[in-house]
Design a protein around this ligand. Structure first.
Ligand SMILES: O=C(O)CCC(=O)c1ccccc1C(=O)O
Ligand SMILES: [Mg+2]
Length: 371
């Protein structure tokens, strides 16, 4: 395979309703879609999941644009690529910048599967044709949270995650639990606590949560292991797991029972699969995380979630969770708490170009002649 051209689309779309985490409230989502075109004209799509500002990780849409245009795309343009896994070594001398790398790597996985006329999920040895869905409530207000949860339950979601932070925790979860005592419920703190909050975090054991996600800081793998010894509720790590080595450290130190795998955060599908394989060997549960993403990334998440270890529902929701109209066709839909995995080659969804062009704020073509 040889990539002759890459089109960059920077896009912006308002969320249906604002989404609040401990770190940031997102009202409008900026993002980037990459279209790679190979020498035979086959097209593949990837999404760069960085935000406009570096609140979740260090990357932003602009840093990704720079990394892609000036460093990463030139490494693949007009080069013979045997397999998408080889990009890991090709990109290895560039530190970090996982979301930029993942956007390009996943686009190349899509085109590679299309050239082989196979769905991406079978190319990566997925084992299931439908994937359990999950949804996240990111609202500050308890009344709104309960309203949203009840409407998601009506839509068939069987697992709900809520965002917590200091001051919006024990009482907040208590009220939700009394509204839905049997729902599979979990809480994500986005690293807003410290070990000084250990009594509060222990008190959340009262609520039979599936897990508590990223209670402590990003670089606190050691402190998460101290906390996990004190909690009955399993800890799930998100922000702390950037590399395979991080996952190894967390497993060795018993810092968590669960890892949330995001393709963007870990630098691509190859790394996501490597972490999945490591977790399986070590009896650590995994699920696929979400990034308030558009349909292209949702489609890649769906393919990843067909891997054997992804047995618990991830943050994989329908397109209409966040968007009036997504940029893919058909949109991702949830039936009976599950999402059907498409069987067309590649990611299995078409781009809705009308919608893509409507939300595009900047577009650029990069081809071999630029080198
Ligand atoms: O897209 C989704 O459904 C997940 C939403 C979510 O929790 C999230 C969204 C953006 C950045 C980080 C996170 C997170 O998992 O911490
Ligand atoms: Mg999280």
């Amino acid at each position: 395979m040889r990539i002759h051209e890459v089109n960059i689309f920077i896009i912006k779309m308002p969320l249906k309703t604002p989404f609040s985490t401990a770190l940031e409230t997102v009202i409008e989502r900026e993002g980037m879609i990459l279209e790679v075109i190979d020498e035979q004209g086959a097209k593949g799509y990837g999404e760069v999941v960085a935000f406009s500002t570096p609140w979740y990780t260090e990357e932003t849409v602009k840093t990704c644009y720079h990394m892609l245009k000036d460093l990463l795309i030139p490494l693949v343009l007009d080069k013979h690529i045997n397999h998408p896994n080889d990009l890991y070594m090709a990109f290895n001398h560039i530190r970090g910048n996982h979301m930029a790398k993942a956007g390009l790597e996943t686009a190349i996985w899509d085109v590679y599967s299309k050239l082989k006329s196979k769905p991406l999920w079978t190319m990566i040895n997925g084992v299931r044709e439908e994937v359990p869905a999950g949804v996240v409530v990111g609202t500050e207000n308890i009344k709104n949270a309960i309203e949203q949860i009840s409407s998601y339950m009506e839509n068939g979601y069987e697992r709900v995650k809520v965002k917590i932070k200091p001051g919006k925790d024990y009482q907040f979860i208590k009220e939700i639990r009394s509204f839905c005592p049997n729902l599979a419920l979990m809480a994500d703190a986005n690293s807003s606590y410290t070990l000084n909050d250990i009594e509060l975090l222990k008190s959340l054991d009262d609520f039979n949560l599936l897990m508590i996600e990223q209670p402590l800081a990003v670089d606190d793998i050691v402190e998460h292991s101290i906390l996990q010894k004190e909690l009955k509720t399993p800890i799930c790590l998100d922000e702390s797991i950037i590399t395979y080595h991080d996952a190894k450290s967390a497993i060795q130190l018993n810092s968590c029972g669960v890892i949330n795998i995001k393709i963007g955060r870990v630098g691509g599908l190859r790394n996501a699969i490597a972490i999945h394989d490591l977790c399986r060997k070590n009896d650590i549960q995994v699920w696929c995380g979400g990034m308030i993403e558009f349909g292209v990334s949702r489609a890649h998440n769906l393919a990843l979630s067909t891997k054997e270890g992804f047995t618990i529902p991830g943050d994989l929701s329908a397109s209409n969770r966040f968007w009036e109209e997504d940029i893919i066709s058909p949109q991702v839909e949830v039936f009976d708490g599950k999402i059907k995995v498409p069987n067309q080659p590649g990611i299995g969804f078409d781009i809705n170009f009308n919608r893509l062009h409507q939300v595009t704020t900047y577009r650029e073509n990069i081809n071999c002649k630029h080198k």
